[in-house]
Ligand binder design. Sequence first.
Ligand SMILES: NC(=O)c1ccc[n+]([C@@H]2O[C@H](COP(=O)([O-])OP(=O)(O)OC[C@H]3O[C@@H](n4cnc5c(N)ncnc54)[C@H](O)[C@@H]3O)[C@@H](O)[C@H]2O)c1
Length: 120
Amino acid sequence: MSGLLEGRIASVTGGGSGIGRAIALGYAKEGARVVVLDANAETAGQTEKSIQEAGAKAWSFKLDVTERDTCRQVAAQIAEKIGQVSILVNNVRIPAKATSRSDAWRPPIPIDDDQGGAGA
Ligand SMILES: NC(=O)c1ccc[n+]([C@@H]2O[C@H](COP(=O)([O-])OP(=O)(O)OC[C@H]3O[C@@H](n4cnc5c(N)ncnc54)[C@H](O)[C@@H]3O)[C@@H](O)[C@H]2O)c1
């Protein structure tokens, strides 16, 4: 039986550890090609390696999701080198009270810490 995500490209923020790593490994198991994004390049690379050792395709990029320009640059690199991403897993939470490192950046949807998540 082929995987549920054959032919898909999935990107996972925070894919270097915890929930994001579990999602990345699980998606790869289902046949997706996985782009692992994390502010920690080392752990992102470890997830990439684990996926490749399991026989699936993966790439990793160092990305801090609060840096808008870097997000754009990495997205362009992914589109050019890997292809069109069809699954976006925005796993990294930006704390509501955190000061953005880019003044131009605003989260695409409101984040409400007190309610346990976006739009709750
Ligand atoms: N674990 C829980 O019960 C729980 C509950 C609610 C929400 N969350 C949220 O879900 C997300 C994942 O949780 P987890 O337990 O797997 O956390 P974790 O700390 O194990 O993993 C988070 C990963 O995100 C990366 N990261 C952190 N800030 C980043 C940034 N600005 N840009 C890119 N990568 C960044 C870290 O390097 C790390 O690899 C977190 O954002 C957390 O706040 C977790």
